[in-house]
Structure formats: C-alpha cells, structure tokens
Design a protein around this ligand. Sequence first.
Ligand SMILES: [Zn+2]
Length: 64
Amino acid sequence: MSRFVHVLPMDDVIPHEGTPDCVCGPYTEAIELRAPNGPGPVAVLYRHYAVIPCRDWEAAPEVS
Ligand SMILES: [Zn+2]
C-alpha cells in the first residue's frame, strides 16, 4: 500500500495544487508510516516550496 501526501503552505502568495504537477515543483520524499506492530505502509511526501515564508502548512492526501 502506498499513499501520496502533500505538505502545502496555506498562506502562500501563489495557489498550490495537491498534485505532483504543482507550479512550485514539489520535492518528493519516501517515508515509512509508524505502525504499532512492525513496519508500516510506505508513503510518498511531496513537500511544496513556499514563495514567501509561510506559517500555515497543511498535510493533505493527493487529489485525484
Ligand atoms: Zn506547490
């Protein structure tokens, strides 16, 4: 099982899309989710690049 999660700045000056094709060119990182018993599912994080320093970030599943 794999998941795609986008970490998006919510108060940036440009609108971000929760897709790999976002204009900011998000950076991808594979992470393993923690599970109580042994290894959990692997997820891919897309870290979006904020144009201005943002305080308000949100992790959201990829929109299909
Ligand atoms: Zn973006």
